[in-house]
Design a protein. Sequence first.
Length: 336
Amino acid sequence: MSEIALLRDLLAHPKNIVITTHHKPDGDAMGSSLGMYHYLEQKGHTVRVITPTDYPVFLHWLPGNPEVIIYTEKITESDKLIENADLIFCLDFNALSRINEMGEKVRASAAKKIMIDHHLEPEGFDDFRHWSINACASAQLVYDFIANQMNEPELVNKDVATCLYTGIMTDSGSFRFPSTTAEVHRIVAELIAAGAENWKIHQQVYDNFSENRLRFLGYSLLNKLEVQSEYCTAFISINQEELQKYNIITGDTEGLVNYALTINGVKLAALIIERPDKVKLSLRSKGDFPANEICKRYFNGGGHRNAAGGYSEKSLEETVNQFKSILPEYKSLLIQ
Ligand code: 5GP
Ligand code: MN
């Protein structure tokens, strides 16, 4: 029996299912998870979405959001659900370290693990996978899973469509990254036909910020942006004091790095933020420049070619200096 036939068999009868996604979930992580949640609920399963951490307020409007359990807030309940699950869907990540301390609980559970993801180099903890690095979002793969692999396009109802549209929209940079193929637009058309209100979703995600966040953006661009023209690189570094001054909360720094990349001729952009326990880096690049390579080699991370991340245990200042010291090595690629 093929893998997908086995999975169809498993999903033919009511199961206890946990859906989880990566640390600090983004639009694709939450869109994929809640999209899958609304699909599996219609099939009569008992489904819970458990996120390893909290996630941005601009995703709290998603249908099904009140049902989401944040692991760190309900550890005992979550552990029980993970232990008793028949199936665990792991969406938008492919290494158990991406779900923090939940990772070992998921590994230890006897549940079959289904990974649906578009990141490079899966660790291999899964029993079933729907994985493609060519997908613009995990939500695209969730759509493909429901409509084609499970052959149930009729179960893409308004809630499923709304969640999956959100995932595709956010991870494709509002349909503008190279991964936004004709097929992605066909899927998006299906989602709108199924009830996703595209204009409303854009508004809820992108026009839903606090005044503080906008003022922080202004402050960062005016005072904290550093351009290294010689290396076609621009970066912004932010310390704890600045985060506190502007009351910055989860999600408020999302998208900031993209502004540095909007400068004419800039090929590599970075956002370097001092978190309480470590310094977090977010890198973005244009064209062929491998932002993920820098994150993997120097900053304990990885990601996609044009969007990657990592962290450093050093101080903010040392991390910024390290980042700058790496640029000469990549100069030939940067100035192309
Ligand atoms: P962001 O800059 O938005 O935090 O992350 C962009 C992409 O980089 C994510 O989709 C993810 O693939 C990758 N990424 C971010 N942080 C890490 C990390 O700490 N480790 C790994 N392996 N990938 C990361
Ligand atoms: Mn994603």
